[in-house]
Design a binder for this molecule. Structure first.
Ligand code: AMP
Length: 454
């Protein structure tokens, strides 16, 4: 793992002053030494300092805060108060919240503590019950947390430690107002830990308002996580991408694969194609119910499915071991998303493969990605769908590429929503309504991608 801390001596977990019960749990997980963010953060969190951590998932940051928090709970047991939590971790997505919860359970396996996880999209009753007698650790997504606070099922007085995870993702997903409201409810006396992969202005402002003399911890700048991943790009006409994808799946080495699309209904359509070709797959995106998302993740994890087709937002932070390949069926327009996507493979020391299918309009996206990662991605021309014309196509400006691609996505949405007279009805589970009469395309409102469309 590349870090800014290579000059620090390598520490062992045993040197971090952690309780033996935690060391035993760490040993059981098979970790041999702390990752750089753990080595830097754990001693400071144990001292009670605030942390401003520039780190993304895949760096071991969950353990970097979970271990010292559990240590605090072991060293200072208190009687829990009804509807209160001692530690609050706020996470942008349900999947990440569940993963953090599971990490606490793993690291706290030999520790007595109570934890609960709450998120929207499912009934609240069992969540309300789980906090009724008080908990040591509550992991929550912002919307549901505020809901339960408003309903007086949760109170934040008495909170000792506040963790804000993936703050930049909160911003991307439009959760910043919710997060600010939560921050206003925190008691003044508290320890705060703040993690974000990137530090845009708004996030820096939020960190400044939240933290008191924080220790800055910075590891694995986003662009260097790609070192261990074998990346390649294939130039292909957009009309032939599906065929190429199916062809790629002839290789049995692609056994646990995440395929990324730009839009939710693009993900659904691709799953239909894969299933028709007997490639077991499921989609995960913002329109899927919580249960469907969890099931899709579990089915990939257990090997029941070979493929998870995902859009960016939901996939960020998804932690599934030993993803063999990440395929960018469509390149993202935000180059950092590329790094996050391919970071789903090569996790925790494993190597991985990332293949990107690039059509003519996406070449400007490719250019931006290569600029960010400061390297040229290997061109793979050894496939029968290689397109010379795409390879040599002029890179159009990013703005033009974006509008061309958006209008293309729009047309696809149109096609899937408005069936041709006499054609078979679309079955998509994307909430797309089928209308009995086709609507002429020029009557459609202009497509403006909302956050929720990706
Ligand atoms: P995170 O950044 O918290 O999402 O963690 C990424 C992955 O690294 C997870 O699969 C963890 O189980 C794993 N991990 C965390 N700490 C260590 C460690 N010290 N050594 C090896 N793997 C780790």
């Amino acid at each position: 793992m590349n870090t800014h801390t290579s000059s620090l001596p390598e520490l062992k977990f045993a040197e971090l002053n952690l309780d033996p019960h935690l060391l035993k749990a760490i040993e059981k997980t098979g970790y041999t030494k702390p990752t750089p963010i753990q080595a830097q953060s754990i001693p400071k969190v144990l001292e009670g300092r605030d942390i401003l951590g520039a780190a993304q998932t895949g760096t071991g940051k969950t353990a970097a805060f979970a271990l010292p928090i559990l240590n605090h709970i072991i060293k200072k047991p208190v009687r829990l108060l009804p509807k209160r939590t001692r530690v609050l971790v706020v996470s942008p997505t349900r999947e990440l919240a569940v993963q953090i919860y599971e990490s606490f359970l793993t690291y706290g396996k030999f520790t007595q503590f109570k934890a609960s996880v709450i998120f929207g999209g499912v009934g609240q009753e069992s969540q309300v019950r789980s906090v009724a007698q008080g908990v040591d650790v509550l992991i929550a997504t912002p919307g549901r947390l505020l809901d339960l606070i408003q309903q007086k099922h949760i109170f934040l007085d008495g909170l000792e430690i506040f963790v804000l995870d993936e703050a930049d993702r909160m911003l991307d997903m439009g959760f910043l107002p919710d997060v600010r409201r939560i921050v206003q409810l925190l008691p003044a006396k508290r320890q705060s830990l703040f993690f974000s992969a990137t530090m845009p202005k708004e996030i820096q402002g939020l960190a400044d308002s939240l933290l008191s003399q924080p220790v800055h911890v910075k590891v694995t700048p986003v662009a260097s996580t790609v070192d261990k991943i074998k990346q390649s790009v294939m130039f292909v006409d957009k009309a032939r991408k599906k065929e190429l994808l199916i062809e790629l799946f002839r290789n049995s080495e692609l056994n646990k694969v995440i395929v990324f699309t730009r839009t939710k209904h693009g993900a659904n359509r691709l799953v239909e194609t894969l299933l028709k070709n007997k490639i077991m797959s499921q989609a995960i995106h913002g329109n899927k119910s919580q249960n469907a998302r969890q099931q899709a993740l579990d089915n990939l994890r257990t090997g029941k499915n070979r493929v998870l087709v995902a859009t960016d937002i939901v996939a960020r932070g998804v932690d599934i071991d030993q993803i063999s390949h990440v395929i960018n069926y469509e390149l993202p327009n935000d180059p950092e998303s590329y790094v996050h996507r391919i970071g789903r493979t090569a996790r925790a020391g494993h190597s991985g493969v990332a293949i990107s299918l690039c059509d003519a309009e996406e070449k400007s996206y490719l250019k931006d990605i290569e600029k960010l990662i400061a390297m040229e991605i290997e061109r793979n021309k050894e496939h029968k769908f290689h397109s010379d014309s795409v390879e040599h196509a002029r890179v159009i400006s990013k703005g033009k590429a974006k509008s061309a691609i958006e209008s293309r996505d729009n047309q696809r949405r149109f096609k899937s929503r408005f069936k041709k007279p006499g054609s078979k009805q679309q079955s998509g589970s994307d909430g797309a309504k089928a209308f009995s009469k086709p609507v002429p395309q020029h009557k459609l409102p202009p497509f403006k991608a909302k956050q929720n469309d990706w």
